[in-house]
Design a protein around this ligand. Structure first.
Ligand SMILES: [Cu+2]
Length: 266
C-alpha cells in the first residue's frame, strides 16, 4: 500500500478525544449538588490542537483568577478549574472549536441533586454526532406520476452529506433503486441530464461548490424501466404509497437511505 494512502487512512481514523473517549462516551464525570469540584485540564498535540474546554450549565474559576465557562488550552499546557456544582442536571462538556466537537471532542457531566441516592444511571446512547452520521441521505419528498408509457416520472428531492466545500463536478452522482441505476455528471451549474433522468443540485451556487456539508438535490427518473423496478416493491396505483431503499453514490462514497413514495395518476 502506498505511503500516501496509509497517511490518508490514518488521518481519516483520527479523532479528538477526552481521556481517550469520544462522542459523549466518557463515563465518571459525576458530582453532587453543592460539592466543590476541581477539574485538571491538560491538552496535547500540534497546531491543530488549540482547544477550548467549555461547560454547559456551570461556571468555573480558572487558575484561581477568572470566573468563566471556557478555558483555553494550548498543546502541553495545564490549567486548574474550580467549580461549585450548583446546578443539577446532565450537562455537556466540550471543546468549543467546532471541528473538534464534530470529530468527537465532547463528554457529559452529571450533577446529581443533593438528595440523590443510589447508583448512577448508565450512559445512554451517544446523543450527538454518531447516529446522525449514519443516515447520510434525507429524502424529503418522493412522488411518482403514473402517466402511461415513457412519461412515467419519479421525482425525488432531498439532501446527501458531502465534505464541506464540495465541488459538484468532482464525482458522478449515481442513484440506485432496486437493480436499476442511473449516473449523472453534474456541470458547474449543478445540473445534469442522463438517459432516464435529470438532476439539479440546488445549493451549489455560481461556482458549483456546496459549502454547507449537505448537498440538496431534485431529480426526476423517467421511463418504463423505473416503473418496472418500483413495481417489484409493491403494486403501483393511484394514491398508493411505497417505501423503497435508495442508494446514492458520490464517487467512492455510498449513501444508503429510503424514500417514501406516493403515487398518483395525472
Ligand atoms: Cu479542540
Amino acid at each position: 500500500m502506498p505511503w500516501a494512502k496509509i497517511q490518508e487512512m490514518t488521518e481519516q481514523g483520527k479523532r479528538y478525544a477526552i481521556n481517550g473517549r469520544i462522542f459523549g462516551n466518557l463515563p465518571g464525570l459525576e458530582m453532587k449538588e453543592g460539592e466543590r469540584v476541581r477539574w485538571y485540564l491538560f491538552g496535547l498535540g500540534s497546531e491543530s490542537d488549540l482547544h477550548t474546554a467549555h461547560w454547559h450549565g456551570a461556571r468555573v474559576i480558572e487558575d484561581g483568577r477568572r470566573r468563566t465557562d471556557v478555558v483555553e488550552l494550548l498543546p502541553a499546557s495545564m490549567k486548574v478549574a474550580d467549580m461549585v456544582a450548583d446546578n443539577p442536571g446532565h450537562w455537556l462538556f466540550h471543546c468549543h472549536v467546532a471541528e473538534h466537537m464534530a470529530e468527537g471532542l465532547f463528554a457529559r457531566f452529571t450533577i446529581h441533586p443533593r438528595d440523590f441516592k443510589g447508583a448512577s444511571p448508565a450512559l445512554e446512547h451517544p446523543f450527538f454526532g454518531v447516529r446522525g452520521a449514519q443516515s447520510s441521505i434525507q429524502i424529503k419528498s418522493a412522488s411518482a406520476d403514473l402517466a402511461p408509457g415513457p412519461q412515467f416520472t419519479l421525482t425525488l428531492a432531498g439532501g446527501v452529506t458531502v465534505y464541506p466545500a464540495y465541488t459538484v463536478t468532482a464525482a458522478p452522482v449515481t442513484v440506485q433503486i432496486g437493480k436499476k441505476s442511473v449516473s449523472f455528471k453534474p456541470g458547474r451549474n449543478g445540473k445534469a441530464q442522463a438517459d432516464g433522468g435529470t438532476l439539479a443540485i440546488k445549493n451549489s451556487g455560481q461556482f458549483g461548490v456546496v459549502y454547507s456539508g449537505m448537498m440538496e438535490f431534485e431529480m426526476t427518473l423517467t421511463g418504463e424501466d423505473w416503473r418496472a423496478e418500483l413495481a417489484t416493491f409493491g403494486p403501483l396505483k393511484d394514491k398508493a404509497e411505497l417505501t423503497v431503499p435508495v442508494t446514492i453514490g458520490l464517487g467512492d462514497a455510498q449513501h444508503l437511505g429510503s424514500a417514501h413514495i406516493s403515487f398518483h395518476t395525472p
